[in-house]
Design a protein around this ligand. Structure first.
Ligand SMILES: Nc1ncnc2c1ncn2[C@@H]1O[C@H](COP(=O)(O)OP(=O)(O)OP(=O)(O)O)[C@@H](O)[C@H]1O
Ligand SMILES: [Mg+2]
Length: 1110
């Protein structure tokens, strides 16, 4: 819930001076001081805000503070500038009233700061959005730009506004900012060329030189050193707490945000640089022949650089500084300028250049920030004008006069609206009222601005008058015309009142302003008012090849030569102030009265006299008195009734009678005390703001109740409509749902029925199946039983029949035997001797016949190696059967042999013989069976190598092979060719074929071989024969079986000789010459080598070791 607060809560001193008791100047100041000491810089006089400059930053401008004051009643929280800004903004937004915020106070009192605070507050609370934010940002960023060019350090204020500024911020009906318009008032341009002691030129010069990059400065032909420029005073060039370089960056950034193009910024900086250069141009006198002095530019370098910067021709400008052309009635007269005039012309050009640049900047900013729509808009004007200014040493000039005139006018409008207007209204409305005396400064305004005899009119008159016009003539005029005015003082006044007043020099006049007396030095008034710029200079400027300069000096255009004098500065200013005042009068004013606590720009110092002076001239006491005597609030009856009629049942919702009566009824109903209200002719007056707040509070509550009622009815209607719709929908939904539910139930029942049905059918079917199966099984059982029964019966019958048949057979057999016996008994007497033998023979015959027939049909094949033979059928044919098998085999073999050719036959015969000799006798034999006996292994007849050998043998060679002849000395073998013919065998050298021995076969008596697998054989020779001289031969051959068989065969076939004997034994004797050597064969294990080895053991023993076969 919102906590209701009031400015009365936790108050330091009194927040609203209207409540001050007792009210006196001292208590007023005491209250201000007390609050100032507690950092409470804002105090109210009713709706006027008094702002004391704290000269330090206070933590009261945070976003939280903005939120705190947002949409709160003016008197609800402790006094703050935000409360005023909020009030103004809300009445602009909600009540459609244009507003103006008038900020007054002397120089350094904090007007500019206050205006920025108001703007930033409004920016913070008004609408948001991309476009709106851009507008806000542009409006806020226009400040740094204008401050850089229009503000300067003065003795009173380090950031003193040297121009007047009025800014209209435009809002749409929602309160969102649309744009703005800035009006500027008379820039203090004399500052460009000269500054009072302790003061500076405009900020921008210092900012440019400190903050611009080296590159930029080079382009602008500038030097960073301030001392290089005549126009920059040096004594306060650097201000503590002012960072010119950083501010330069801020300004450039602000220009970019506001919408300046890069080339525009560059042009602006070029102009600023040109002003600095201009100040450095110096002149020297040059005497002419006619005796007059003429000025010449001393050092042309600066002139040259400036002309380069502005794209001007140097000679044109140089000439403009030396000559002046006066045109009158189609006549042109050119006069030379002396040095003083040249300096005057230079400074006039600098001032004009700068002030026109400033006005161009304002116009350019306006172009950027102006509202984009033509729609009707509301306006909030913020006026921040230079403050009332007095130089204590009397050095006040035309500028101060103008500034102070402007402040007089503002004071006037304040008086108009707050004091006079208020009192007049009471009188008008017929309200009882005791008049309050106050000082009305209209008389001072009149002294200055009166069209006939006002000071400004005098000045203009003097400026326009032909003849010699000087500041002195102007003062003389004043002395005559204004002599009687009570606020005008002069030494040479007609009424010699001030003749002896030494505080009033002769060349000065003094005006008693509302804020105090100001002594004006008359020197320069005429000049400054004339604001003359020689036409030669403006024409020279127009010729510049620089777009911005051309725009600034339109009067320099030769095509538009205007011989009429331009309006004077004073005239222009008076006119613009007049417009401003008229503008302000159309708006609802909101006042901020700024007060400067001390002259030292120091925080925490409250100079009593200074503040007292300001309180006096600002008329604050009178302001409080009027407030206290009068009524805080007034309003015509109609809008009042319209606003509060809901607070009373009789006036709500419609009051039929006159509005005033309605308001009376309303107030009576609310029991507002009579002293709180006065009824005027057309308005009701409410004395105390609290009564107003009471009404507002009541209204707010009532509005809430009304809103609740409307809300209630609307919600009721909405809910009912919604309900009806829901009901209708519900019925539709329910109908659909029921249909769906019924369909679902039906489908469920249907499917359940189908299930039950199928179960039942299934059950019935299974039952039937079971029955059928049972029936079938019964039938099958019956069949089986019947089958078994029939089987049993059949078997029984069979058995019986078999038994019967056996019996019958036995009977028949017995019968037959018996018959046979009987027959034999009977016939024995006839065939007793050979009947049995005959029968036997017959039977045997029959059996043998049958045997042969059977054998014939089951004879084996004709292959000699087929071992099959039918089984023997009868035991008694055993011998015959074996014999027949043999016979058949022999016969079969014969048949087989009959197919042989002679050669094949001889081969098989040899093989047969080998078998006879060696089978089961020598282990080598089985391996030779499969080897065919080739005979001539060396192909001796064909091989030319053995041709000689072949010719040495006259018989046919039966066998030719290489054998090893065993040396009896060591048992080693020597290869020899072994040839066998029918008559002899020959041993020849294997390589040469030379015959080593030729032994006739008849000399060979026997052959010895071992029983083992070796190929050793000995050929034993007939003792005493010629061949036997060298002894027997011990040879070894791979074809041992063949050689021995062939030798044996030749021996067998030779009719004249005995058969060659073959000894097979593992030990035999061999005759070597005289000695008999025993050759012994032993078996050795295969691991000793696979070959047969022969070793001589001793003189009589040769041992042949034969590896056993694996
Ligand atoms: N509310 C404030 N809080 C802190 N400092 C302030 C405040 N108001 C003013 N000042 C200080 O006082 C100085 C002067 O204020 P400001 O420039 O607003 O005076 P001014 O009334 O505009 O003077 P002039 O008439 O010369 O322009 C500011 O530079 C600032 O340092
Ligand atoms: Mg200011």
């Amino acid at each position: 819930m919102e906590v209701k607060t009031s400015l009365l809560d936790n108050m330091i001193g009194v927040g609203d001076m209207v409540l001050l008791e007792p009210l006196s100047e001292d208590s007023f100041l005491g209250n201000l001081k007390k609050r100032f000491d507690h950092s409470e810089i804002y105090t109210y006089i009713g709706s006027v805000v008094i702002s004391m400059n704290p000269y330090r930053s206070l933590p009261i401008y945070t976003p939280e503070k903005v939120e705190e004051y947002r949409n709160r009643n003016f008197y609800e929280l402790s006094p703050h500038i935000y409360a005023l800004a909020d009030e103004a903004y809300r009445s602009l937004r909600d009540q459609d009233k244009d507003q103006c915020i008038l900020i007054t106070g002397e120089s350094g009192a904090g007007k500019t700061e206050a205006s920025k605070l108001v703007m930033s507050y409004v920016a913070a609370v008004c609408g948001k959005g991309h476009e709106v934010n851009k507008v806000k940002e542009q409006l806020l960023q226009s400040n740094p730009v204008l401050e850089a060019f229009g503000n300067a350090k003065t003795v009173r204020n380090d950031n003193s506004s040297r121009f007047g500024k009025y800014m209209d911020i435009e809002f749409d009906f929602k309160g969102d900012p649309l744009g703005g318009v800035i009006s500027n008032y008379l820039l203090e341009k004399s500052r460009v060329v000269k500054q009072p002691r302790g003061e500076r030129n405009f900020h921008v010069f210092y900012q440019l030189l400190s903050g611009a990059s080296d590159d930029t400065l080079r382009k602008l032909k500038l030097d960073r050193d301030f001392s290089k420029y005549n126009y920059l005073s040096l004594d306060s060039a650097v201000v503590s707490g002012l960072d010119d370089a950083a501010n330069f960056r801020t300004v450039r950034n602000a220009m970019q945000i506001v919408g300046f193009m890069e080339d525009e910024v560059q042009s602006v900086l070029e102009l600023v640089a040109a002003v600095l250069k201009l100040g450095n141009i110096e002149f020297k006198p040059e005497s002419r022949c006619n005796g007059t002095d003429e000025s010449r530019v001393k050092d042309k370098n600066d002139l040259k650089e400036m002309c380069e910067l502005l794209g001007m021709e140097q000679s044109v400008l140089e000439r403009a500084f030396s000559y002046r052309t006066v045109e009158a009635k189609m006549e042109k007269v050119s006069t030379t300028l002396n040095v003083a005039q040249a300096y005057y012309a230079r400074d006039a050009l600098a001032k004009n250049l700068y002030s026109r640049l400033f006005s161009w900047l304002v116009t350019r900013i306006n172009e950027s920030i102006q509202a984009q729509t033509k729609a009707r808009h509301k306006v909030m004007g913020v006026l921040d004008i230079y403050g009332f200014e007095i130089f204590e040493n009397g050095d006040n000039s035309f500028e101060q006069f103008i500034i102070n005139y402007c402040n007089e006018k503002l004071q006037q409008i304040f008086i108009e609206l707050t004091l006079r207007e208020e009192q007049e209204e009471y009188v008008r409305e017929g309200i009882e009222w005791t008049n309050i005396e106050y000082f009305n400064n209209a008389i001072i305004c009149d002294l200055i601005e009166n069209n006939q005899n006002g000071i400004l009119a005098m000045l203009d008159e003097e400026c326009l008058r032909p003849g010699t016009v000087t500041d002195e003539t102007f003062l003389d005029k004043l002395n005559t015309i204004c002599a009687d005015h009570q606020h005008f003082e002069s030494r040479l006044n007609k009424n010699s009142k001030f003749l002896n007043d030494h505080s009033l020099p002769h060349n000065c006049f003094r005006i008693q302003h509302y804020a105090g007396k100001v002594l004006y030095r008359v020197e320069g008034f005429v000049d400054k008012n004339n604001d003359l710029l020689y036409r030669d200079l403006s024409q020279a400027m127009y010729k510049a090849n620089h777009s911005l300069i051309k725009q600034l000096f339109p009067e320099g255009n030769p095509a538009k030569v205007n011989l009429k004098r331009p309006p004077t500065a004073g005239f222009q200013f008076r006119a613009s102030v007049g417009t401003l005042m008229r503008n302000l009068q159309t708006k609802n004013p909101n006042y901020i009265r700024c007060i400067k606590p001390n002259d030292k720009k120091a925080s925490h110092i409250f100079t009593d006299s200074l503040v007292r002076h300001q309180v006096r001239y600002l008329g604050l006491m009178e302001n409080v008195r009027v407030r206290r005597a009068g009524y805080a609030f007034r309003q015509p009856y109609e809008p009042c009734l319209e606003r509060y009629k809901m607070l009373c049942k009789r006036t709500w919702p419609h009051w039929k009678g006159p509005a005033r009566e309605g308001v009376e009824v309303l107030m009576a109903d609310l029991q507002i005390p009579a002293e709180e209200i006065s009824y005027g002719r057309s308005k009701i007056f409410i004395r105390n703001p609290r009564t107003l707040f009471f009404l507002e509070e009541k209204r707010k509550q009532c509005l809430q109740d009304l809103a609740t009622l409307i809300q209630k009815i609307y919600r009721g209607w909405k809910c009912r409509t919604h309900f009806l719709l829901m009901k209708k929908s519900q019925i539709v939904v329910a109908a659909w749902y029921r249909r769906y539910a019924q369909q679902k139930t039906y489908r469920n029942i249907k499917s359940a029925t189908t299930v039950v049905q199928s179960y039942t059918r299934g059950w019935q079917a299974r039952k039937l199946l079971r029955e059928l199966k049972y029936q079938k099984r019964c039938e099958e059982a019956v069949t089986t039983i019947a089958a078994f029964w029939h089987g049993t019966q059949a078997r029984r019958e069979l058995r019986r029949l078999k038994e019967e048949a056996r019996r019958k057979h036995a009977v028949a057999l017995i019968w037959a035997y018996w018959q046979g016996l009987k027959v034999r008994r009977e016939y024995r007497k006839f065939f007793r001797a050979n009947a049995g033998k005959k029968i036997y023979d017959f039977t045997i015959q029959r059996i043998i016949q049958k045997y042969f027939l059977g054998l014939k049909s089951s004879m084996p094949s004709m292959s000699p190696i087929d071992r099959k033979w039918p089984a023997r059928p009868y035991g008694f044919l055993d011998g015959v059967h074996t014999e027949l098998r043999k016979i058949f085999h022999h016969w079969r073999c014969k048949k087989y042999r009959d197919q042989f050719t002679e050669e094949k036959k001889a081969v098989y015969e040899e093989k047969l013989e080998a078998s006879e000799i060696f089978k089961d006798k020598k282990a080598l034999y089985p391996s030779s069976v499969s080897q065919p006996f080739k005979g001539d292994y060396l192909e001796i007849s064909k091989n030319p190598k053995y041709q000689k050998l072949n010719s040495a043998v006259d018989e046919k060679v039966l066998l030719a092979d290489v054998v090893n002849k065993i040396n009896r000395a060591n048992g080693k073998g020597t290869p020899r060719i072994f040839l066998l013919t029918k008559k002899n065998f020959v041993l020849a050298d294997q390589k040469t074929g030379q015959v080593k021995a030729s032994i006739p076969l008849p000399d060979v008596t026997s052959m010895s071989v071992s029983t083992q697998k070796d190929g050793f054989f000995a050929l034993k020779l007939k003792e005493g024969s010629a061949s036997a001289v060298k002894g027997d031969f011990l040879l070894s051959s791979e074809h041992l079986i063949e050689i021995i068989t062939k030798l044996h065969r030749i021996g067998a076939t030779a009719a004249d000789r005995e058969k060659l004997k073959v000894d097979i034994s593992d030990e035999f004797l061999v005759q070597f010459k005289q000695d008999k050597v025993c050759v012994k064969f032993i078996q050795s294990s295969p691991k000793n080598g696979n070959s047969v080895s022969c070793k001589r053991k001793n003189n009589r023993l040769l041992e042949v070791s034969v590896p056993t076969s694996p």
